[in-house]
Design a protein around this ligand. Structure first.
Ligand SMILES: [Zn+2]
Length: 341
């Protein structure tokens, strides 16, 4: 199935059903065996896939429903060579300071079977005829909560090690048939755009797929983690051999589109036109208005549209409402451009 002009995509995670959370609690209480967990996660992936298909999204994922505990925490649980550091603040309102941090105590490596992303993708491919996107945390994301300890020289050294771990996983994804792979990196401000690009290029070295780079402001519990500006990363970030940049705009009232006008030439843009952090309902007309703004700085044939970020912290109903608005809003704009669907 050929993609339409201005295809719709998701950034990664899907709003998980209530029973997913009940299942995870059952697992934690020891009431689920591995077979129960696998059955629940297969069902959750099927649900996410069906939701995205029914909303009319063109490029879908498995909803990242198998990543049990936040975005990288489930990997920290299996990565070798790190150990958790006690959390200093446990009481009170949730904050990023309550996330478990780690320290490198040996050579960082993935377990022998890899990070599990290949298996996620293989399942997705079997279950849908739609175009798919595989997503993988980038080297800086993986390294973000790991103190270098005495094993590594600093955060960049840790990230370089993860670039090689990620590269191995991406090779497996390509072998499994992934043709669009997105790397997610944080707009943390601790490295320059050029450094982020260098690490992206190392992680994707030799990877024969369309490569996307999502630069993320953080989204846990719908809360941003970093200053919401991309300006400090340009133009250095353009050194990344990414075919597409996936950027947040809707939650920032479409600010910084001028950056794309100045620097976006020749690249594809995955523009965030749905605010995943706001609980309000988006209408198709809201989405269409945002897409029209993006078209002032990006050619239609270079544009795809997506939510700003994943829906991992959004209730499923809210997520589905926003996905339907995304698909309907893109259809409105296509109609105006005379391409229909
Ligand atoms: Zn994000």
């Amino acid at each position: 199935m050929a993609l339409p002009l201005i295809p719709t995509a998701v950034v990664g995670s899907h709003g998980r059903p209530g029973w997913w959370f009940s299942g995870v609690k059952s697992l934690e209480r020891g009431e689920f065996g591995p077979g129960d967990l696998e059955e629940m996660l297969d069902d959750a992936a099927d649900t996410a896939i069906r939701d995205m298909e029914q909303a009319g999204i063109d490029i879908i994922t498995d909803g990242e429903v198998r990543r049990l505990d936040g975005y990288v925490d489930s990997y920290y649980a299996i990565i070798e060579g790190i150990r958790p550091i006690p959390v200093r603040r446990k009481a009170g309102p949730w904050g990023y300071d309550q996330q478990t941090r780690y320290e490198a105590v040996g050579r960082i490596q993935a377990p022998s079977g890899g990070l599990g992303i290949v298996k996620e993708f293989e399942y997705l491919r079997k279950r849908t005829a739609r175009h798919t996107k595989a997503t993988c945390a980038g080297p800086l994301t993986f390294g973000s909560r790991i103190h270098p300890g005495t094993v590594y020289k600093g955060v960049v050294d840790v990230a370089e090690r993860f670039a090689d771990v990620v590269n191995e996983e991406l090779r497996g994804l390509v072998a499994a048939g992934a043709d669009l792979i997105q790397i997610d990196e944080p707009a943390r401000g601790n490295v320059s755009g050029a450094e982020m690009a260098r690490l992206f290029n190392r992680a994707t070295d030799g990877i024969k797929a369309t490569l996307a780079l999502h630069v993320c402001f953080g989204n846990r519990f719908g809360r941003s983690r970093f200053p919401r500006t991309y300006a400090p990363y340009f133009p250095g970030l353009l050194e990344a051999r990414a075919d597409q940049f996936v950027l947040e705009f809707a939650g920032r009232e479409m600010s910084e589109l001028d950056l794309w006008k100045r620097y976006g030439e020749g690249r594809d843009l995955g523009a965030g036109v749905v605010d995943v952090k706001g609980f309000h309902q988006d209408t198709p007309e809201d989405v269409a208005a945002r897409i029209r703004r993006v078209l002032e700085v990006c050619r239609a044939d270079k544009l795809s549209v997506n939510p700003d970020c994943g829906f991992g912290w959004s209730p499923r109903a809210m997520c589905n409402q926003k996905l339907r608005a995304l698909a309907a809003g893109a259809a409105l704009v296509r109609h105006e451009l005379g391409t229909g669907r």
